[in-house]
Design a protein around this ligand. Sequence first.
Ligand code: NI
Length: 136
Amino acid sequence: MIATICRKAHFNAAHRLHNPKWSDEKNRAVFGKCNSPNYHGHNFDLEVRIRGEVNPDTGFVMDLAVLGKVIKDEIESRFDHKNLNEDCPEFEGILPSTEYFVKIIYDILKPKLDSGQKLHITLFETQKNAAEYGDW
Ligand code: NI
């Protein structure tokens, strides 16, 4: 039997969306408040979904407590209360948009799964705005 499990997490981080190839005026027009020169914070809500075979010995796809610890150690401790532009080498040379951020989180977590388990990440930047990335 195949099933999907979901673990949620929450962290806060600051960023600034600014494309150095553009004028200040164009950056303000495209990115709005996210172009604010002195950065600004977001309360990120993360949803990590893992799809795979249910182990008949446990009834689990994966122990959610173990998954929670992986997310805490690999994602929350890395990004919580950080300035994504200044503190996080993962964003070197790319814009810290939710779309790129969700792919970065996927790439960090994917090697932690058993082979055959699929991963799908949803990252909410605000209550209304989210990006998703995954292998299904
Ligand atoms: Ni923003």
